[in-house]
Design a binder for this molecule. Structure first.
Ligand code: SAM
Length: 486
């Protein structure tokens, strides 16, 4: 019987063979850590076998590290999470990545970085060296630093002189990832410092209210994040958040909404109601691909006004013909569409705690018929252990994500961390959450819905999965135990 470290090594060896063979036969390169990110450096991930091999290698390497590194050092990778966040925030806000990009791969001395961004060179060198220890930046020679593919993700691609002179507009017309990182290293970072205080307070420990979030305690002076952003003095943060959200959207595959559900199986004239549909981005894609279906986009007044402008520019014919309707509707009030074939809620559930989701889902249940389909498009968090519901013959199709082979963690461990980051972020900012399939099952049963299938995006175990449910006769009532899933 081989030891766990041998088993992990075998996974790595086999996966490296697979990855190299896939890259060789397709003419695609394995990324170079020292080169800036560019879309071609990630192209190998479009080959499913190569993407899976890369995931397995990362998961196994991280697990080997957990076994072999002294435990206090591993512990301090986590304890020191906010040390790294602080160092990264300093480099990000002081535009180090842009200065390094202009210097090129040979790097630039920290004194010359400091001369440009007005930071203290001695301190900056320490932050850069700390981050270089984690492959974010590279110390090419003593006190000379360069970008890596990781730090290059923070690049606004603007001239450093421009953003140093005009920091307020740094993120305008950018891809949005730097804006998103700035937001996380500011609003979420500050909230995280008060997470325990929030849960140690009997007034907020079990509350599902957005005003009981760590953010509200840390920065909002009792106000949730949306209210906080309405303050005139918070215009910069609000604007930056919007750019960051566009950045996330740009990372999503454009056909994610098309892959989410077998839309072509819906009969002609079916009515799809996009509840909390924003300006209607999903329906823009669906309406042009499926002209025989009808769509209603519902959201709050201001968003629907914005949506009208968008549709009048992008697809006015759909509005004129009545194929698409934009409707002001607050989803906590009675649902006016009682003839819906489909109620679709994309990235709505994760904005709200269970007590609010129960209210939203109940309003839909009241307006639905037994023929109505409910679609929840959200992330589904895998368990960190094997999911035993995969073993039985009667499970919900698609409810269990692809699991990694033992001795790896079933969820691919920290190689698959992004979804869990999002879950903690939702807690810190909104007192809401991402959910496991078990939790969704409970939440829906509580409100009179039954999951019939989970449609998973190809090759992705957490992001934007689609839960399909039908209306049942009875609401279950009682506590949702999915929070502490058994
Ligand atoms: C995370 S966005 C998702 C938007 C859209 N479904 C998408 O995936 O692009 C959440 C949306 O919920 C909307 N929203 C928030 N509270 C609402 C309410 N009470 N009634 C209707 N919509 C609401 C917001 O305006 C926003 O457009």
């Amino acid at each position: 019987m081989s030891t766990p470290i041998r088993q992990l090594l075998e996974i790595i060896t086999k996966s490296v063979d697979t990855l190299e063979a896939a890259c060789q036969s397709s003419g695609l390169a394995i990324p170079n850590l020292h080169e800036p990110f560019a879309p071609p450096s990630e192209a190998f991930r479009t080959i499913p076998a190569a993407a899976e091999a890369a995931n397995l290698i990362s998961a196994a390497a991280l697990q080997l590290e957990a076994i072999l590194t002294p435990p206090h050092v591993s512990l301090y990778h986590i304890v020191g999470g906010h040390f790294k966040s602080a160092a990264l925030r300093i480099c990000l806000e002081s535009n180090v990545t842009e200065i390094l990009r202009e210097a090129g791969p040979q790097g630039i001395h920290v004194k010359d970085i400091a001369a440009q961004n007005q930071q203290d060179p001695e301190k900056l060198a320490r932050f850069l060296r700390y981050l270089a220890t984690h492959h974010v930046y590279r110390e090419v020679e003593p006190n000379v630093f360069a970008n890596t593919r990781i730090s290059s993700m923070l690049d606004t691609m603007k001239p450093s002189a421009e953003i140093i002179a005009d920091p307020k507009h740094k993120h305008d017309n950018t891809m949005g990832l730097a804006a998103l990182a700035c937001h996380h290293l500011d609003e979420a970072f500050k909230g995280s410092a008060y997470a325990w205080e929030t849960l140690a307070d009997p007034a907020t420990v079990s509350s599902g209210d957005p005003t009981a979030s760590p953010f509200a305690r840390a920065l909002g002076q009792g106000e949730g994040m949306w209210k906080f952003y309405e303050r005139p003095e918070e215009e910069f943060r609000r604007h930056r958040f919007g750019i960051g959200m566009q950045g996330i959207e740009a990372l999503q595959p454009p056909d994610a909404i098309l892959n989410a559900y077998p839309w072509s199986s819906l009969p002609a004239k079916s009515i799809v109601v996009d509840v909390g549909g924003g300006v209607g981005n999903s329906c823009l894609t669906l309406a042009s691909k499926f002209p025989s279906l009808k769509f209603v986009v519902q959201d709050l007044k201001g968003v629907i006004e914005q949506g009208k402008e968008l549709w009048n520019t992008k697809m006015p014919a759909a509005i004129e013909s009545g194929q698409v309707r934009l409707e002001v509707h607050d989803f906590f009030t009675p649902q006016p569409e009682t003839k819906a074939t489909v109620f679709m809620l994309k990235q709505i559930m994760h904005d709200w705690s269970d007590e609010y989701c129960v209210k939203i889902l109940t309003k839909l249940w009241e307006a639905a018929s037994p023929a109505t389909t409910l679609l929840l498009l959200d992330s589904i968090m895998p368990l960190a252990c094997h999911d035993p519901s995969a073993d039985g013959p009667h499970g919900i199709p698609g409810s269990v994500a692809k699991e990694a082979p033992p001795p790896l963690l079933a969820n691919y461990g920290a190689a698959n961390e992004m979804g869990y980051n999002a879950d903690i972020d939702m807690f810190l900012l909104f007192n809401s959450q991402e959910r496991t399939a078990i939790h969704f099952t409970e939440l829906l049963a509580e409100t009179g819905w039954k999951i019939t299938a989970i449609h998973r995006q190809p090759g992705d175990s957490t992001f934007l999965q689609c839960i399909e449910a039908t209306r049942t006769d009875k609401k279950k009532g009682g506590q949702i135990s999915g929070r502490v899933a058994t």
